[in-house]
Design a protein around this ligand. Structure first.
Ligand code: FES
Length: 583
């Protein structure tokens, strides 16, 4: 092990934090060691070797992470093998499909759990086990505020879904099936049959949804080992990756390779460009802004447009394309995409990664085994992959749209607003045969932003009215302050900021107003006179918030979508100084 083993690195590598607990004589040391020994841990594990925390989001309420006990055991093997002392600990888990009102409401809470759990305990390095959407940003945000050597291990995507003769993708096919049932093209019995066919192995969503996007972001930003993004959860090589991560984190402690030595402006730029190349989720915008905020790296909403604008989408994966993460892995996975970007000068090749290599060294020999799955920059899958940032009087602080998932002919559109005041109003009204709506209208949904829902829900891709689906309409312009599942698609303007519940202009839109969307000009305009808007503003009242509890704290401190929705008091980090004794 490299730690303090050479004269010349003695100064640069600080002493192990764990020594302050386990290396003590007298009563303090007795306390710290004795109770740990009730787990059958032998004396030699307290001899000053690095203590590695395995931060586990395992939960049966988070099905995407329900295999993480095995993954943690594989990390432990690697840690022991490298001479470390692994200690697994639980943190709040966030199950996307189960938690209400939304997991996003609890992302920051989980990040606080992670941050304080790391700082309060005798840990020298950390392995973060992440999978389902919010578990990745929550753990990385918390760990970044502590800044210990840290490595991310994603749980991996599920195997391809298969329904009869068709590959089906998590989430993406739920929207398709729901529309098919509404149109009368699918029976309820078939709909039910498809449930088990979609989710047929352990792992997270296997489309290029938010979980796969964030796993890819971790690889691109340098916090995870090569191939972290795509190895299926059920593939034995996922366990191998966890084992190697366990070995590597012990070395990282020896090298004092902290998160702050990996996360910087260059690594974030690499991640933003990669998101364009994979046709990644719009949720990555919010999460990377929040992670950057914890590190001090300067990244803002406009960087997403400026950096990603010309990045073509190379990856033919649902929801933008037809393949799934299992196919992506067999075709070579993210290293192929990173190589392609690096060779075109679209990546900072010298950005450092957790295995000690630069990103270029990691990917320079990557080979593609499926060109229909991973395209080249010369012949991209879609010409525009990046996320566009829109502004205008309807979104003074910005809104986003994902062109690769949208309909080209709707990217410039003027239409009459049909307004839903909140999600209940939408549900009650959308399929009313008397609703005055046609395919040229713009559907507007309010009060689904960070404060509004509360928790910034993924309802922005609201299903179209049944009567229009039956007519064969497949897409319409939709605008909201909500997010959209990374598995979803459509000409959907999201994250409109400030949100309606914070008094943003979206709150003022009424049925019949004309709205103009011009993605090429990055414009989102509400065609209503300023005097009329001022009159409507005077009539607006903010929504009620409870008197107590987490919701109250959340509402008081959550920031808007354009800055990542972190709590204002969590931005930045406090490092991991050893706290004082409790006795
Ligand atoms: Fe967990 Fe999609 S529901 S990753």
């Amino acid at each position: 092990m490299a730690r303090n083993s050479k004269k010349d690195n003695k100064k640069s590598v600080p002493p192990l934090r764990s020594k302050e607990w386990f290396g003590k004589a007298g009563m303090d040391g007795f306390h710290h060691r004795s109770w740990m020994k009730n787990q059958g841990l032998p004396n030699h594990l307290f001899d000053g070797r690095p203590v590695i925390g395995i931060c586990n989001t395992w939960s049966e309420l988070t099905p995407c992470n329900a295999h993480f006990r095995i993954l943690a055991e594989r990390v432990k093997r690697g840690v022991y093998e490298a001479g470390g002392f692994p200690l697994e600990f639980p943190v709040m888990s966030l199950g996307e499909t189960i938690m209400r009102p939304t997991t996003m409401m609890f992302r920051n809470l989980a990040s606080m759990d992670v941050e304080e759990s790391i700082r309060a305990n005798p840990l020298d390095g950390v392995v973060l086990l992440v999978g389902c959407d919010k578990t990745t940003p929550a753990l990385v945000m918390g760990a970044a505020s502590c800044d210990l050597p840290t490595i991310v291990v994603s749980g991996g995507p599920m195997l391809n879904g298969r329904f009869r003769d068709e590959s089906i993708g998590s989430g993406t096919h739920v929207w398709k099936f729901v529309e098919a049932v509404k149109r009368g093209d699918m029976t309820n019995a078939d709909f039910e049959d498809a449930e088990a066919c979609m989710s047929r192995s352990v792992g997270h969503c296997m489309t290029m949804g938010t979980a796969s996007t964030m796993a890819s972001m971790m690889e691109a930003i340098g916090l995870a080992l090569p191939s972290n993004a795509a190895i299926p959860a059920a593939d034995s090589r996922r366990n191998t990756l966890a084992h190697i991560a366990g070995r590597r984190i012990v070395e990282m402690v020896g090298e004092d390779l902290r998160m702050s030595k990996i996360l910087n402006r260059k690594s974030f730029e690499n991640a933003v460009r990669t998101n364009g190349a994979i046709g990644g989720s719009t949720n990555a915008v919010v999460h990377l802004l929040a992670i950057a905020g914890r590190t001090g790296a300067k990244l803002n909403l406009d960087d997403w447009d400026a950096l990603g604008r010309d990045v073509p989408c190379l990856v033919n994966l649902m929801p933008s394309g037809k393949y799934l993460m299992e196919d992506f892995y067999y075709a070579g996975g993210l290293p192929v995409v990173l190589r392609e970007l690096a060779e075109a000068g679209l990546l900072h090749k010298n950005a450092k990664t957790v295995n000690g290599n630069t990103i270029w060294n990691n990917v320079k020999n990557a080979e593609c085994y499926g060109r229909d799955v991973i395209h080249t920059l010369k012949k991209p899958f879609k010409r525009k992959g990046g996320i566009c940032v829109l502004r205008g009087n309807l979104a003074p602080d910005g809104a986003v749209i994902k062109p690769s998932a949208a309909t080209a002919s709707l990217m410039k559109h003027r239409g009459r607003a049909v307004v839903f005041e909140d999600i209940e109003h939408y549900k009650a009204r959308v399929d009313d045969p008397k609703l005055d709506i046609d395919e040229s209208c713009v559907m507007v949904l309010k009060n689904c932003g960070p404060k509004g829902y509360p928790g910034f829900s993924e309802v922005g891709n609201m299903a179209l009215p049944a009567k229009l689906l039956k007519k064969g309409v497949s897409d319409m312009v939709r605008i909201s302050d909500a997010r959209m599942s990374g598995t979803a698609y459509g000409t959907v303007v999201l994250h409109t900021s400030p949100e309606a519940a914070a008094g943003g202009p979206l709150a003022l839109v009424r049925d019949g107003d004309m709205i103009e969307l011009d993605v090429a000009k990055r414009r989102l305009h509400l065609d209503v006179a300023d005097e009329e808007l001022a009159k409507r503003r005077a009539e607006w009242t903010p929504p009620d918030v409870p008197d107590r509890g987490y919701w109250r704290m959340y509402d008081a401190h959550v920031m808007q979508a354009d800055t990542g929705c972190d709590f204002d008091f969590l931005v930045g980090g406090s490092g991991a100084p050893v706290p004082r004794e409790s006795h």
